[in-house]
Ligand binder design. Sequence first.
Ligand code: NDP
Length: 287
Amino acid sequence: MSAKLLDGKLLAQQLKDELKEKVELLKTKSGKVPTIKNILIGQDDGSCAYANSQKKAAQYVGIQYELVTLKEDIPQEELVEFIQNLNGDPDVNGIMLHKPVPKHIDYRAAANGISVEKDLEGVNVTNIGKMIIGDTKIIPCTPASVMAHIHSTGVPIRGKEAVIVGHSEIVGKPLSLLLLQEYATLSVCHIATSEAGKLEEHVKRADILVVAVGKPNLIKGDWVKSGATVIDVGINRVNGRIVGDVEFDKAEQRAGYITPVPGGVGPVTVVMLMKNCIETFQYQNSI
Ligand code: NDP
């Protein structure tokens, strides 16, 4: 058996077409254009590539997008002041601060400085807290992309064994809340799971497996349960090629559904930022 491929480019295109229609409607209703200000401190190749994809997606759906590059040695106070000015600017609907930030910058403090109503990635602690009680439409983009892929299979989540490998603040932890909200039975694995030699036994139980670690081939193909939905978030460069965290060729023989890397989670993540901008725009304009 060979798994059905979850084509992220195709899903992203469908979502972008839906959002484009919505943006047109919102522009007509409000007479305004949803606008994103994206902040990059210094130069980072990964962030620049991400920003480029965001810009293209924004152009497609009709959102105005501006990347502001701040100097590498900007003091924390100046960054906070810059963000506060954007918070107070009625023409800005959504703000995002790229990671990684330079070492002298306190990312957590800066993220908390982004207005709750303009926080495109859901990184302000208030928005993180709201996720716990299921009271926000601003869902962090990568977990939102993972959920969109799982939903696209049509396989019900309720009662399924879901296993997340990786418990970072931007992927694993918020994703655990989203899967719990849909009544998955959840295990979250991390470095200590591997240290204890228990990663394989957890992965083997997963009906839904999401891997977000950043280590190529961490998940062996023969660990994948027959018919499982496998979402590979990992991005690794190996011999000039981009690969995920799952041993794809073998996993594909066992899984029911699987995301490719590249072309799986990534393209949909970008679209989720647009979706969040539309949410903040609607909230700010009461429409
Ligand atoms: P982090 O480095 O923040 O988190 C990695 C997680 O993996 C940590 O929880 C870590 O545990 C865990 N981990 C590390 N080694 C092991 C191991 N041997 N066994 C089990 N768990 C382990 O990474 P991110 O969450 O930011 O990103 C993860 C991957 O996803 C990266 O490859 C990144 O490039 C990619 N990514 C892709 C996105 C997309 O849209 N496609 C978006 C964001 C990220 P501990 O903390 O306990 O050490």
